[in-house]
Design a protein around this ligand. Structure first.
Ligand code: GLA
Length: 385
């Protein structure tokens, strides 16, 4: 009797463990599946001339959309999204390997800072003290200087499902900027095809900051042709006019009746070559559009490519968006998929504060003091129609 009891207990135990195992395997399966879905894959992306290892992280969501990022410059190297037929193709410009990014990149897919866009003559004053920055663009300062955030190593860690946290410590007086600045940027890829980017920073000394993401978009897929047929809407009725070295004049100009009016969806190529002083200075569109309700999340831009059916919507808490239509691309760069990046093969929608704000008293401030937290969000949402 007891023996049978033992046998019964053992059998029960085995069955139970079996079922647990099943459950386990099922869960493992689902976890595995979920894990696989949410897993972030990593691979080597090469070594810099200084011998530093570069790693590429790839996030893939439930719909197969995938984002690849490297720890060098926080650069987005690839972004695969479907066309209206569901075919996944790459909608950002860049290189297949590291050397192009190290040697010759007009900020392809990079995190830009400490101050994105231009600062007049590379000079600004804080509390009566003048600071001198590199004049790395036509006598002006551009995108953080010679070695901006696009050329430094970011510490990258997984921060939850399909999310990467990138951190960088920018030392006091790096590139001439005051204050030890701790920066954190997160890239989150959602299952509804959104790339959510959040920027956070603190400083131990008063400084200036203006971070942005410098991806060049081309919605045709693998950059089949230039972006002139892309239809753009900018939810803005004012832009910032500039001088011939692309420094703001200080005024804000109404877009009405000008080639800068994108309040209704318009092909980028429709007016880009019109005879217009501001288009002349920019060599096309390379200007800052002012957005309403500065700190709240709002619709900034919509982009549509009629052949593929791909669309991109941009939402941000930033007060402005720089629209640059790739005027400096001149065919001297051959990028991924062996595509020659000819004139206007990519466009940038850089959400940020206005250019040269440290020298413009009427522009929203870009100053950051100890105890304050710099916090901005931008979402790029991909869809088709
Ligand atoms: C920004 C600037 C452009 C150009 C590109 C990078 O978009 O506004 O003038 O410098 O960066 O080449």
């Amino acid at each position: 009797m007891r023996a049978r009891l033992y046998i019964a207990i053992i059998c029960a135990g085995l069955i139970l463990s079996g079922s647990c195992k099943r459950n386990e395997t099922e869960t493992d399966q689902s976890n595995l599946k979920a894990d696989t879905m949410a897993a972030i894959t990593k691979k080597s992306f090469g070594t810099t001339p200084e011998g530093k290892e570069v790693t590429e992280f790839t996030l893939t969501n439930k719909r197969g959309v995938s984002l690849s990022v490297i720890n060098y410059g926080g650069i987005i190297t690839r972004l695969l999204v479907p066309n209206r037929k569901g075919v996944l193709e790459d909608i950002v410009l860049g290189y297949d390997s590291l050397s192009g990014y190290v040697k010759d990149s007009p900020y392809f897919g990079a995190i830009v800072g400490r101050y994105g866009n231009r600062i007049a003559n590379g000079k600004f004053t804080l509390d009566g003290k003048e600071y001198t920055l590199a004049q790395n663009n036509n006598g002006q300062h551009l995108h953080g200087g010679v070695k901006g955030f696009d050329k430094v190593f970011w510490n990258v860690e997984e921060a939850g499902a399909n999310t990467l946290r990138l951190t960088y410590q920018s030392k006091d007086m790096e590139e001439g900027y005051p204050g030890n600045l701790s920066v954190e940027v997160t890239y989150a890829l959602t299952d509804v095809n959104e790339l959510k980017i959040s920027y956070t920073a603190t400083t131990d000394k008063k400084t200036i900051i203006n971070l942005t993401q410098h991806s060049y978009f081309n919605l045709t897929g693998n950059a089949k042709r230039d972006i002139l047929d892309h239809e753009l809407t900018l939810y803005s009725d004012k832009f910032v006019p500039v001088t011939k070295v692309l420094i703001p004049t200080g005024e804000l100009k109404d877009v009405s009746g000008s080639p800068f009016d994108f309040r209704t969806s318009t092909a980028i190529g429709a007016r880009v070559n019109e005879k217009d002083q501001q288009l002349g200075f920019g060599r096309g569109y390379d200007h800052c559009w002012v957005l309403s309700s500065p700190d709240s999340m709002k619709h900034a831009a919509s982009l549509y490519e009629p052949v593929s059916g791909r669309a991109l919507d941009v939402y941000t808490t930033e007060p402005a968006i720089q629209f640059y239509c790739g005027n400096f691309l001149d065919g001297s760069i051959t990028g991924k998929y062996n595509v020659v990046y000819s004139h206007r093969y990519g466009l940038c929608l850089e959400t940020e504060h206005y250019p040269d704000s440290p020298n413009q008293k009427d522009f929203p401030s870009t100053e950051l003091s100890p105890g304050e937290v710099y916090q901005t969000q931008t979402t790029y949402k991909f869809s088709t129609r």
